[in-house]
Design a protein around this ligand. Structure first.
Ligand SMILES: [Cu+2]
Length: 89
């Protein structure tokens, strides 16, 4: 059992750092940071809360290795909060 856990962790780390195939793997944290900075300046509380919820989901998706979906969530949050995200090409 323990060996399996270690193998899964090793696999997760390999996926996280071997991410040349997942070009957006490093993108989510950058987008999430931009969103958090931007949301802090949003005066409309309802919009800020909605955007925060989406950012939290984006963070979870990123942690789960679903980077493309995470970026999509970030886009959604940015739209609601009226933030323009700077993405790595
Ligand atoms: Cu990610």
């Amino acid at each position: 059992m323990r060996g399996n856990v270690i193998a899964s962790i090793a696999l997760g780390v390999a996926i996280a750092f071997g991410g040349a195939t997942v070009a957006s793997a490093n993108q989510c944290p950058l987008l999430i940071k931009q969103l958090n900075d931007g949301i802090a300046k949003v005066s409309d509380k309802a919009k800020a809360d909605e955007a925060k919820k989406l950012v939290a989901e984006a963070q979870k998706l990123h942690d789960a290795g679903k980077h493309a979906e995470s970026v999509a969530k970030c886009d959604e949050a940015a739209k609601i909060a009226g933030i323009e995200l700077k993405k790595k090409s």
